[in-house]
Write a protein that binds this ligand. Structure first.
Ligand code: FAD
Length: 409
C-alpha cells in the first residue's frame, strides 16, 4: 500500500511516521525548502526561534502528541513545565494557575465547582460561546479576563470566539493529560525526529516540490501530481487544510464546501525576547489577563537552556490579533512587555505575525470539521482537522489518530 502526503508539517510527518512504521510505502511532498511547517526551528543569533510555535506541547509528556511520538519511536524528550502556569494579577502579584478559584467569592467558587462538573458531563448543545457561558453562570470580571488570556494564549482566539462545548472538551483534556511541556531542542526536534523515523522506514520526503493536483478516479483518490510528475497512491493525506485541499480537485459536494468555508483561521502575533536575567524564572506559562494585548508569555530556556546562547534567556509572548491594524497590534504588544517587566533589560529579537495562509491555526478551535472529505481514500490532517478538545499540536495528534483508525493502522 502506498500513501502520498501533501505537506511536511507536523500533521503530515506524524501521519507519515505512523504509516511508514505500519509498512506503508510513504512519499511526502513539501513545497518549502525545509520540513516542519509551523513547527520548525529558526536559527537566529544563536537562539532557536521558530517558524510558528512557542516551543510548547500543551499536554507535555503525557498528552496525545507525546503518546504518538512514543508509538512511532520518535526520540523526543519533553520537559514538563513546573509550575504548569501562573497568573499575573491586576496588582502585579502572581498566583499559581491552580489557585485561580481563590480569587472568586465563596458563592462563585461553590457554583463553579457544581456547574463545571455538570457541564463537563453534559456539554452544551447550543452554539453558546465560552464568554457567554461564563456570563450566564458567573458574570465575573476576573474569570472573563482569565478566559480571554487562556483562549488567546492556547487558541489565539477570544473567549467570545470559542464555542463553550469545545472549551469544555479542552478542560476535560486538561484534567486528563495535565499541563504543558517543552521538547528538548524545541519544536524542530519533534519534526526532525519524525523525519528520521520516516527515513528509517524507507519513506521518501521531497522538499521544494509543490503538489498541484489530487488525482481522482471513480470518486476515489489515487495519486497526486507534483513537480510535473504523477505519483500513484492508494491513499492521499493532505496536511494543508480542507479548503486548499478541495481546490486540488473538482469538488461537487456543496454541503462539504459550505462547511469548510465556515472554518476561520486564527491570527496571532509572537514577540521573541532575549535577556541576561530571567524575566519569568520558571518553565510554565505566564498568563497576563490584565495586559492590553499580550495573552501569555513563556521562558523556554528554563526547560532547555540550549534554546539560547550560553548566559541568555529566550522569552516568547503571544497575543491574538484584535484589529486589522497589525502595526498597532504589535506596538500595543511591545508596550505591554514594557509594563509587564518594568526596569528589566531585554532585547527584542523578532516580531512575527501569523494570518491567512500561515495562521496560528488553519481552522480555529471549534470550527474544525474533522478529517473526512467527500472523496474516498482522501483525508485531511493537521490543524485544519484537529480532534475534539485538542489544543494546537495535541489537536493535530488527535486528528492524525482519528485518520489512522479509519485507515486501520
Ligand atoms: C505564533 C504561533 C505560536 C504557536 N504556538 C504553539 C505552541 O506553543 N504549541 C502548540 O502546540 N502549537 C502552537 N502553534 C500551532 C502549531 O504550530 C500548528 O498547529 C502546527 O504546527 C500546524 O501543523 P500542520 O502540519 O497542521 O501545518 P503546517 O505546519 O502549516 O504544515 C503544512 C505544510 O504543508 C506545506 N504545503 C502547503 N501547500 C503545499 C502544497 N501544495 N504542496 C506541498 N506542500 C504544501 C506547507 O509549506 C507546510 O510546510 C503555534 C502557531 C503559531 C503560528
Amino acid at each position: 500500500m502506498k500513501a502520498a502526503i501533501i505537506g511536511a508539517g507536523l500533521g503530515g510527518l506524524l501521519a507519515g511516521a505512523k504509516l511508514s512504521k505500519a509498512g506503508y510505502e510513504v512519499e511526502i511532498f513539501e513545497r518549502l525548502p525545509f520540513i516542519g511547517g509551523r513547527f520548525a526551528n529558526l536559527e537566529y543569533k544563536g537562539f532557536k526561534l521558530s517558524t510558528g510555535a512557542l516551543h510548547m506541547i500543551p499536554h507535555g509528556s503525557r498528552g496525545p502528541l507525546a503518546q504518538m511520538l512514543n508509538e512511532t519511536g520518535a526520540g523526543v524528550k519533553i520537559i514538563d513545565s513546573s509550575p504548569m502556569a501562573v497568573i499575573r494579577k491586576e496588582n502585579g502579584e502572581t498566583i499559581s494557575f491552580h489557585d485561580f478559584r481563590k480569587e472568586l467569592s465563596v458563592t462563585k467558587r461553590v457554583k463553579l465547582g457544581t456547574i463545571l462538573a455538570y457541564s463537563l458531563k453534559f456539554k452544551p448543545k447550543s452554539d453558546i460561546s465560552f464568554k457567554d457561558w461564563i456570563l450566564k453562570y458567573f458574570d465575573d470580571d476576573f474569570l472573563l479576563k482569565l478566559a480571554d488570556s487562556f483562549c488567546g494564549w492556547a487558541l489565539s482566539l477570544r473567549a467570545k470566539d470559542v464555542p463553550a462545548r469545545e472549551m469544555l472538551e479542552i478542560i476535560n483534556n486538561m484534567y486528563l493529560y495535565k499541563g504543558s511541556g517543552v521538547p528538548l531542542g524545541g519544536c524542530g526536534a519533534v519534526t526532525g525526529a519524525l523525519f528520521e523515523v520516516i527515513k528509517s522506514n524507507n519513506g521518501k520526503i521531497h522538499t521544494d516540490i509543490c503538489v498541484d493536483k489530487i488525482i481522482i478516479d471513480k470518486e476515489k483518490a489515487c495519486g497526486v501530481s507534483a513537480g510535473g510528475t504523477t505519483i500513484d497512491a492508494d491513499i492521499v493525506i493532505s496536511d494543508i487544510g480542507h479548503l486548499e485541499t478541495s481546490r486540488m480537485y473538482v469538488c461537487r459536494d456543496d454541503a462539504y464546501l459550505e462547511g469548510i468555508n465556515k472554518a476561520r483561521p486564527s491570527r496571532g502575533i509572537k514577540i521573541c525576547l532575549s535577556s541576561d536575567e530571567p524575566l519569568i524564572g520558571h518553565s510554565g506559562v505566564f498568563f497576563t489577563p490584565y495586559a492590553e494585548r499580550i495573552n501569555g508569555i513563556n521562558e523556554v530556556t528554563n526547560a532547555d537552556p540550549n534554546l539560547a546562547p550560553p548566559g541568555k534567556h529566550l522569552i516568547m509572548s503571544h497575543q491574538t490579533v484584535l484589529s486589522d491594524d497589525l502595526n498597532q497590534e504589535i506596538n500595543l504588544g511591545l508596550l505591554d512587555l514594557k509594563k509587564l517587566f518594568p526596569g528589566k533589560k531585554y532585547e527584542v529579537l523578532l516580531v512575527q505575525s501569523y494570518s491567512n495562509g500561515w495562521p496560528v491555526n488553519r481552522a480555529s478551535s471549534g470550527s474544525d470539521i474533522g478529517s473526512r472529505t467527500p472523496v474516498q481514500n482522501l483525508y485531511v490532517v493537521g490543524d485544519g482537522a484537529k480532534g475534539k478538545g485538542g489544543i494546537e499540536v495535541e489537536g493535530v495528534a488527535l486528528g492524525v489518530r482519528n485518520v489512522m483508525k479509519k485507515i486501520g493502522v
